[in-house]
Design a protein around this ligand. Sequence first.
Ligand code: CP
Length: 304
Amino acid sequence: MRHLIDIMDFSAAEIDELIATATDIVAHPEKYREKCRYKKLATLFFEPSTRTRLSFEAAMMELGGQVLGFSEASSSSAAKGESVADTAAIVSGYADIIAMRHPKEGAPLVAASKSDVPIINAGDGGHFHPTQTLTDLFTIHLEKGSFENLTVGLCGDLKFGRTVHSLIAALSRYTGIRFVLISPEELKVPSYVKNTYIKEKGIPYKQTTSLDEAMPELDVLYMTRVQRERFFNEEDYLRLRDSYILTPEKMEKAKKDMIVLHPLPRVNEISTEVDKDPRAAYFRQAKNGKFIRMALILKLLEVD
Ligand code: CP
């Protein structure tokens, strides 16, 4: 039995397989409509979500399966003090696969240690978000055709942005990758991410506070929201939240074939005027999430 806790739980070859399956699902959805008949997905979301939870649920429904779960801790027995480990042990008796989001780093790993069915980390605190990374990789594959020789700019809250940490790890395996890390001083990439996936792998990178300066060299710009829910005080959040706002004027400085990604939700960091720019790929990216999650469910359930 496999779990997906960290994107590095899957090899690059396995990610290629998932992308191939997702591509086939997009082309031939009818082939997949009964693949998970009589299977159940439980979505245990102890934190808010729109895309991740609903795309997982849509994915299971489109595979012919069924879904159960909760969308906030207060409506589960966590509110009465039940542990993550006990919750996972119990729900693994009700469902064939579990997607879990939790504010505490490592909670899905604890769940996996007690579960009889595959656990998918749907975001754990400010740590990792591997299925967002699968979505990001599928989108880069569709939009750019390859993961190699790309200069990828990551902009915004690189400290608490779990999608950033997982994406850096995943991209660190491809040839010719270069990172431009764009953030305020206070929101730099944590050293465990920088050391493990960038420095120790000898990947070229640059750290800057200037999005304007970085724009012309980027093939992919990955914008992120400042993660209000992870700040210890509101004052710091208010000071940092508008550090970067992508506008049509800034887009003029970018390559003609650069793409803009964002895991969403967006608050203020991308002007809605950018949405009509064909390089704005973030709504396409959100849609891709359903297909790659369908491929992931099939893989973890070992459905042919
Ligand atoms: N990208 C993402 O995780 O979005 P949600 O918080 O809406 O699931």
